[in-house]
Design a protein around this ligand. Structure first.
Ligand code: MRU
Length: 339
């Protein structure tokens, strides 16, 4: 059996462990997950988050359960429960489809585990390929704005958009980063800042509503974000607040790029209108809702609208960076590698 290790996930002879991303950057706490229900709880609470990582954690949980002797219909029932744990990021469904096919074809526990390990290793390679392709879009000295967290915490490798950005830094391009804090759960403020500090990439943290005036002042050269699902026509869903950045980018004539692997492409989704958008708990917007740091500032019963993601239409996107290459202006499904 292989030992796997990424920034926020480990898999070994004792099973799956996840780094609790809700507690970062102040605490590094790992949880051992031995049941599908435990992992589902961690996915709901966003202890485990980021489109590729959610899918990989679920795939490794299925592998672990198979090794524990869970088989056939019982294993498939756990797989389906994991599939329902978050609705928007399609990587979860893509990975579990592949495992489900192998279970249906009578694969042994070892074969199921081998497949999950292969998915993990593939994701690491996809990250590096995206980062390599993205370099043609990042000029020296670029001031790059990004949203949410799309780095090594969210994948098995260096990340998607943030992986491309840290790669540009590693190549000595002298870039700097504007980090959107990403209300309501502050993935930018807590996680992206943490990753950039570790990689020694110069950055400045901003509140989401500061991006417009920065662009107006000419302080942003390009925007790079990740995706939770890319539809057949190139529309994509990502963390709420991404669409406003795309509108602002168009108004200020700034290139707006999305970086995602083939596992994020959903050719069965004709357009962004059909991407399911997760609605989350009201407490997240009534204040700050993180373990041991919760604070409500609105009236306790304030009515809330809290979609976790929004959809950016293809017409606002300057380019799609996939592991297969860069597509400028137009999304070409056959080149996305998902068919
Ligand atoms: O709710 P989250 O934190 O899982 O949302 C994450 C994002 O929106 C990311 O941009 C996306 O999953 C890509 S991560 C490589």
């Amino acid at each position: 059996m292989s030992n796997l290790s990424a920034t926020s996930l480990r898999y070994d002879v004792d099973g799956l462990s996840i780094l609790d991303q809700r507690l970062l950057p102040s605490e590094l706490v790992w949880h051992r997950c031995t049941t599908a229900n435990q992992l589902i709880g961690h996915i709901h609470s966003l202890a485990v988050r980021g489109a590729p990582l959610i899918g990989l954690a679920a795939a490794l949980m299925v592998a672990w359960r198979a090794r524990q002797g869970i088989q056939g219909a019982a294993l498939l029932a756990e797989l389906e429960a994991l599939r329902a744990s978050r609705p928007t990021a399609v990587n979860l469904m893509n990975y579990l489809d592949r495992l489900s096919a192998s279970i249906h074809s009578g694969a042994s526990a070892e074969q199921i585990e081998q497949l999950a390990v292969q998915l993990f290793e593939e994701d690491r390679d996809l990250c590096q390929r995206m980062a390599d392709h993205a370099q043609t879009l990042i000029p020296s000295g670029a001031r790059i704005l990004t949203h949410c967290n799309t780095g090594s915490l969210a994948t098995a490798g260096i990340g998607t958009a943030l992986g491309a950005i840290t790669e540009a830094h590693r190549r000595g391009k002298g870039i700097s980063v504007w980090v959107d804090e990403t209300r309501p759960l502050l993935q930018g403020g807590r996680l992206t800042t943490w990753e950039l500090a570790q990689a020694e990439v110069p950055y400045r943290l901003i509140c989401d509503n500061m991006a417009a005036s920065l662009m107006a002042k000419g302080e942003v050269d390009l925007i790079m974000v990740g995706a939770d699902r890319i539809a057949r026509n190139g529309d994509f869903a990502n963390k709420v607040g991404t669409y406003s950045l795309a509108v602002l980018a168009r108004a200020h004539d700034i290139p707006f790029y999305v970086v995602a692997p083939v596992t994020t492409v959903d050719l069965n989704c004709p357009s962004g209108d059909t991407i399911p958008i997760e609605q989350r708990a009201a407490e997240e917007v009534r204040g700050v809702s993180l373990p041991e740091r919760s604070l409500i500032w609105s009236p306790e019963q304030a009515e809330v609208y809290n979609p976790a993601f929004d959809v950016t239409p293809a017409r606002l996107i300057s380019g799609w960076v996939l592991d297969t290459g860069v597509m400028l202006e137009r999304f070409i499904p056959s080149q996305a590698g998902a068919e």
